[in-house]
Design a protein around this ligand. Sequence first.
Ligand code: BJW
Length: 295
Amino acid sequence: PPVVPADELKSFSEHLQSSTTILTLLGAGLSASSGLPTFRGAGGLWRTHTAQDLATPWAWARDPGLVWQFYNYRRHMALSVQPNRAHIALANLTHHKPGFLTLSQNVDGLSQRAGHPLDKLKLLHGSLFDVKCSDFWCKYKEQNNFTDPIVPALAIPTDETDITSNEARRTRELDISDTGVDLPEISLRDLPHCPECKHGVLRPGVVWFGEALPADVISTVDNFIQSSPKIDLIMVIGTSASVYPAASYVDTARAKGARVAVVNMDRNDEPASGMMEGDWFFAGDAAQIVPEILK
Ligand code: BJW
């Protein structure tokens, strides 16, 4: 059954119909019902580490093997799940609304796999499937590297179980996010190395805390905003809107006249500027609500 109250659905749909310039800010909650954990809140711990602890240049400097175990696992998980109805509804809307730009904080590749036009999808925090050389002087970067595991040493360990003597030997992947499972030791030599400079270790092409967002992405987004006389709507979907500068696009859009529509499981996760008159808060699972409101 639909979860959005009829009167709110009506007022939102009317506004969407008449909107020409629309921004969407996406976060991890969009992919939650596909089976990927979010960063903050339940499921946000990887072993004893918060994702925020591992998503830093300091963690990389201290233990690149551990950081790669985390990211190789995330790549494997992202490849093993499917885009949900919200990814698909957003991709479809983009085909109907030319003045629509999606700003995604997600690195999981699910919007791309749902058919979201790539020129309308700006990846603020990079992608799990980009890798780049960690050597400061080397500019090597590779996109859409779906090799899983990224190197043999990072293969997810399996538990080999003989089901019956007649059946083929089956292997079960161990869940290395569980502290009960031992993490294999990874030596620096076994991590992926740069094919160009030959000595740098490759790192995930994501944006860690303290790092600048990709300059080309930011300038495209800024140009889109500056060249739009007015922004009609910003949809803020499945994000705690607590990480900057991504979260600041809500205020930037408001300053250009946008009404704000939030889709979030948690009523308390309002944007920092709060809710204002004319905004919408659709509480619930993005995978259910987004297709309902974009119908
Ligand atoms: C559902 C749901 C369902 C659940 N349906 N909803 C201004 C003020 C204060 C600090 C700063 C500031 N400006 C910059 C900073 C510092 C810092 C920052 O923002 N810190 C804050 C924590 C305060 N920012 C940075 O460091 C950024 N860089 C920077 O500013 O550089 C400056 C610079 C300039 C020039 C040179 C050098 C430097 C970089 C930020 C990078 C963030 N990176 C990460 C990791 C990416 C890689 C990876 O995936 O591992 O990005 S952190 C993590 O958070 C990830 C996410 O994209 C990001 C946002 O998280 P998201 O998506 O919102 O997830 P959650 O878990 O927080 O929320 C999920 C939501 O979904 C919840 O609300 C749930 O309720 C909801 N939900 N299920 C609907 N089914």
